[in-house]
Ligand binder design. Structure first.
Ligand code: FNR
Length: 342
């Protein structure tokens, strides 16, 4: 099967398998504040990941590219929505265009439709420094995402089976690529032990991309005869992953993604330490079902909801959110106690 067809399959299966909605945010409750001393007009949702300033914590996470005209159209729409709403956007893995320059158009459209916005390039941890530099150059990227997708590869019939030396390649990219590097998962979460290893090679921004939203085990299982069912419930939820990573690595900038669907999910992610919040599957579904108008409305509504919730909590800024009292129950509480995290 061609790489282009695989990309189209991913989009179709992501749309049909849906979001798990078991990201752990259901276990997190805010403590109501009757005297918030805030005004909705004064709420400031701007944030920083590392040294990168973002006018909104919401960004469109890596999805497509390299699938010909269909992904070019999707990327164009996502990029126009990002430009109009001022949110950042990551492109999907650019390996297709590194291997075949004819595919570059499906990514270049993103910079063309959003000349001044924050855009992140994307490749897997198999990438070399040269490939990383080409990916950044291709879209004049402001930052570079390296995705870690071991489970996806293992379930993928034609996927990689050798995961050696990834950390060494990441170290070289961090040293030489020339833009901030974000290391991300693709929906299985990151443990604090993984982040410990990444921090020793100079990584300072991670996107935990946890379990509970798009499920790449289910997506890839759709594409194989004998299913690896055991990976369908594999992974660390987005909430548990964010809490354990922020607890053990307070100096790492974290991004929360994996199942974010609403303003309240986003505010919960920020309140447990995320600096920004990525959304992929939900936005793809809105674009596919409701078109460009629907996507724009979704992005504006989520940001409005965030301001309303922050006002209720007495938080004027994203930094203030990190101090709000929370009650954590259920599986997330259990996970954190088993992991020795208060
Ligand atoms: C993805 N994701 C992804 N991530 C990445 O780093 N490179 C990629 O090429 C892709 N491709 C891709 C295609 C499609 C169709 C989807 C839905 C997702 C993963 C994505 O960025 C994110 O980490 C996960 O999807 C979890 O977030 P959501 O979807 O639950 O919001």
């Amino acid at each position: 099967m061609s790489r282009a067809q695989r990309k189209i399959d991913h989009i179709n299966h992501a749309l049909s398998t849906g979001q798990e909605r078991k990201h752990g945010f259901e276990d997190i409750r805010f403590v109501h504040n009757s005297l918030p001393n805030t005004s909705v007009d004064e709420i400031d949702i701007s944030t920083k990941i590392g040294e990168l300033f973002l006018s909104s914590p919401i960004f469109i996470n890596a999805m497509t590219g390299g699938g010909g005209r269909e992904t070019e159209q999707i990327n164009g729409s996502l990029a126009k929505a990002a430009a109009e709403t001022g949110v950042a956007m990551a492109v999907g893995s650019q390996m297709a265009a590194i291997k075949n320059s004819e595919e570059a158009a499906t990514y270049e459209v993103v910079r063309r439709c959003n000349p001044d916005g924050i855009i992140l390039a994307n490749l897997g941890s198999e990438a070399t420094v040269e490939q990383a530099k080409r990916a950044v150059e291709m879209i004049d990227a402001d930052a570079f995402q390296i995705h870690l997708n071991v489970i996806q590869e293992l379930v993928m019939p034609e996927g990689d089976r050798d995961f050696k030396q990834a950390l060494e390649r990441i170290e070289r990219i961090v040293e030489e690529v020339g833009v901030p590097v974000v290391v991300k998962e693709v929906g299985f979460g990151m443990s604090h032990e993984t982040v410990e290893k990444l921090s020793t090679v100079g990584v300072s921004i991670v996107d935990v991309s946890g379990y509970g939203g798009t499920n790449f085990s289910k997506i890839e299982n759709e594409r194989r005869d004998r299913h690896y069912e055991f990976f369908n419930s594999w992974g660390i939820t987005t909430a548990a992953s964010l809490i354990e990573v922020n607890n053990k690595h307070p100096y790492i900038s974290t991004i929360g993604s994996g199942g974010i669907q609403s303003g309240v999910d986003a505010v919960k992610a920020l309140s447990i330490g995320a600096n920004a919040v990525g959304m992929a599957g939900t936005l793809l579904r809105v674009l596919s079902g409701k078109g460009m108008e629907g996507l724009l409305e979704e992005l504006w509504t989520i940001q409005d909801e965030m301001k309303i919730i922050m006002a209720a909590l007495g938080c004027r800024t994203v930094e203030d959110l990190k101090k709000v009292p929370l009650v954590i129950s259920g599986d997330t509480h259990h996970w954190l106690s088993s992991r020795g995290i208060d």
